[in-house]
Ligand binder design. Structure first.
Ligand SMILES: *Cc1c(COP(=O)(O)O)cnc(C)c1O
Length: 429
């Protein structure tokens, strides 16, 4: 498969080049030249297929011959080494739980798959590549964990001091080896600005090979198709998917799987008050505002980078898109009320992102009981426990597999909110 830049369809690269570069030189996102089709026989017999076979069927056309089959299967097996259960919540409503991975949020899948690909592509290169990434919480943990101990790859994570949860900070700062956490005396936006400046700095680029692991990378975006196939395997029927959306990478992967032939009734993009896409669906005007902080803060995105990929899938036709996608926005008050109601009435604990997804599904189905609905629960509630109403705090389970983190010592390099300090530090590595 070849990929073109959405800014310039003449700029065409291999899968490897798209993964290593992340973004095209013209700043366009990479998009596959073709939308492959699933074999009908495969979909009909999906209940008999293993997770690895399902992942392989979805991703192989996008990777082509650039990674040998045995290596690709190993990468997929490592990526899918935890369960993706579809849990019944009540009536016709199900939760696709994407938080059973090592860092308790769905970004584990994309980060692990990308780490496997990058590790393979760099196998014969003696010059280490540095993955530089800014995080508001979830991305950093997933990237750190996914790239931990990958030979030839160093990871440098910038996070805003005092602005990530205790669990998130432990996930970022306690691994060691090839992972370094830079604790910046600033906000997430400051961290992101410093990272973007670094990518444009020719002197720094000449000193070390830098790459990004953010969600626009095709190797982080495409493996998210697996979730929708794994849900189909479990339910074996056409459902409505509601996806809590920020940068729209996850839902865009689901829509790619549907374009390839996976039976899906409809997609609901559920956002918090950062409602650029719901407004666009309503009036056709793409008009991002300033991002507003919310309880579902992994979705506080005003200008979702992957939305251009969704438009491309529908050849920029809004009427065609509306047949497959509905978008709704919900505020924090509705989010908290839903977390409480779903716990009190159904004893199912939502995190704020999953609650937004639940709200979207509920609104779209509007009580219709003849359609099965699945919302994606993108994080374990413990990751956002600070955002939960006090009535629920004591009910949130702290999973066994992260207990050890609390006793590990944080190791971070503290830097001022100043690009020169970051550059100076990177030049010494
Ligand atoms: C990143 C994230 C999202 C948003 O996903 P996108 O692919 O950016 O739309 C939703 N929920 C959680 C918990 C996240 O970490």
């Amino acid at each position: 498969m070849k990929y073109f830049s959405l800014q310039n369809k003449e700029h065409i690269v291999s899968f490897e080049d798209a993964v290593v570069a992340g973004l095209a030189p013209d700043k366009g996102l990479y998009f596959p030249e073709q939308v492959p089709a699933f074999d009908k026989n495969f979909l009909d017999n999906i209940s008999e297929k293993s997770e690895v076979e399902i992942g392989y069927a979805a991703i192989k056309p996008f990777v082509g011959e650039e990674i040998p089959d045995d290596v690709l299967r190993k990468i997929i097996a490592d990526t899918l080494s935890f369960p993706f259960p579809v849990a019944p919540v009540h009536d016709n409503i199900y939760s696709l739980e994407l938080w059973h991975g090592p860092t308790l949020a769905f970004k584990d899948v994309g980060a692990r798959f990308m780490a496997g690909c990058l590790g393979y592509f760099r196998r014969n290169d003696t010059r280490p590549v540095t993955v530089l990434v800014a995080t508001s919480g979830d991305t950093g943990g997933a990237v750190a964990n996914g790239f931990y101990d990958v030979p030839g790859v160093k990871v440098v994570i910038l996070y805003p001091s005092g602005k990530v949860s205790t669990l998130q900070e432990k996930q970022l700062t306690t691994l060691g080896k090839n992972i370094t956490a830079l604790e910046i005396a600033g906000t997430f936006d400051d961290c992101q600005r410093m990272v973007k400046t670094a990518f444009l700095d020719a002197e720094l680029q000449a000193h070390s090979l830098l790459t990004s692991a953010n969600s626009i990378n095709v190797a982080r975006w495409l493996p998210q198709m697996f979730y929708y196939l794994l849900a189909y395997k479990q339910l074996q029927k056409e459902v409505v998917f509601s996806v809590p959306s920020g940068n729209f990478g996850n839902i865009c992967a689901g829509m790619m799987a549907a374009a390839m032939g996976l039976p899906v009734k409809h997609f609901v993009a559920s956002t918090n008050v950062n409602d650029t896409v719901p407004r666009f669906m309503e009036n056709g005007q793409y008009a991002p505002n300033q991002a507003k902080p919310t309880l579902s803060n992994a979705m506080d995105v005003a200008d979702p980078s992957n939305f251009v990929r969704i438009l491309e899938l529908f050849t920029n036709s809004l009427p065609a898109l509306k047949e497959k996608l509905t978008a709704y926005s919900f505020d924090d008050q509705a989010t908290v009320a839903t977390m409480e109601a779903v716990w009190n009435e159904h004893q199912y604990m939502l995190d704020p992102h999953g609650a937004v997804g639940y709200l979207g599904l509920q609104k779209y189905l509007a009580g219709a009981t003849d359609t099965t609905g699945v919302f994606l629960e993108t994080a374990h509630p413990i990751k956002f426990a600070d955002a939960a109403p006090s009535s629920l705090q004591a009910e949130i389970v702290n999973p066994e597999r992260v207990q050890h983190l609390y006793s590990l010592e944080k190791q971070s390099v503290q830097l001022p909110n100043d690009y020169a300090a970051l550059k100076d530090w990177l030049m010494k590595q």
